[in-house]
Design a protein around this ligand. Structure first.
Ligand code: TIU
Length: 234
């Protein structure tokens, strides 16, 4: 029997969260995007703008881990030989350093390098799924769809960076694959605050054309107030 859904106040309307079928997907909380000297900085961005997402992501992780619900982490990353990095991606623009070039945290966005790691504050726990993805979307050229299907996941609660690039791309990919996806507003950040705001509006417009957006406090309160069939908190 499916557990009773938990209505989460959200835009454009309540998200009926299904315990047991909802994964938390944390996008690219990597040193290369959030710390100085990484890929984000090489593109000319003020990486300090992304720090605001760290504490909210920690809160989300605690909520999911306390319930034993599935958690997925992604890393935008490439093989050391860059065979999965299209020249169009590596050669775009005039960054200070390109993907694969050596910086103070190792080779940018290359698997196994220090900068490619997820921040210790939000690091994966053993048993949590970690998806290395060569693109902006987490479904492109990865096994994410199959892994979610194998776990019976039909809904995604999404967090991470950056809102309008890898987060929004992943939400659009998820939407096209039939997942309901909810973005947690405080748990995502962009180098461009106006783009974050616009992305959220694009997602929820037209009756939720891409998905939903909710405040973290509202999600947390909804989970706290729900009681599962066994009498345990949902
Ligand atoms: N540049 C930028 O805003 N983002 C990325 O390149 N990747 C992710 O969003 N993870």
């Amino acid at each position: 029997m499916n557990p009773i859904p938990i209505p989460v106040p959200a835009r454009p309307f309540a998200f009926e969260l299904q315990p047991g079928a909802v994964a938390l997907v944390v996008i690219d909380m990597q040193r290369d995007f959030i710390e100085p000297g990484g890929f984000g900085a090489s593109l000319g961005n003020d990486v300090s703008l992304l720090e605001a997402a760290i504490a909210p992501v920690q809160r989300l992780l605690a909520l999911w881990r306390a319930r034993g619900w599935p958690v997925v982490h992604t890393r935008e990353s490439h093989a050391p030989d860059l065979s999965d990095c299209p020249p169009a991606k590596r050669l775009r623009g005039t960054p200070a350093l390109r993907i694969g070039d050596a910086g103070p945290m190792g080779r940018l966005l290359v698997r196994g390098e220090p900068g490619c790691d997820i921040l210790p504050a939000v690091a994966p726990w053993p048993g949590e799924l970690v998806i290395d993805k060569p693109g902006k979307g987490a479904f492109h050229a990865t096994a994410l769809g199959e892994e979610l299907f194998a776990r019976g996941v039909t809904q995604l609660v999404v967090a991470g960076v950056t809102t309008e690039v890898c987060v929004q791309t992943t939400m659009r990919e998820a939407n096209d694959r039939g997942f309901d996806a909810l973005l947690v507003e405080e748990a995502t950040a962009s180098y461009f605050p106006a783009f974050k705001a616009a992305s959220i509006e694009m997602i929820v417009a037209q009756g939720g054309i891409v998905g939903w957006a909710a405040r973290l406090d509202d999600l947390q309160a909804a989970l706290a107030s729900s009681v599962g069939p066994s009498g345990q908190e949902g």
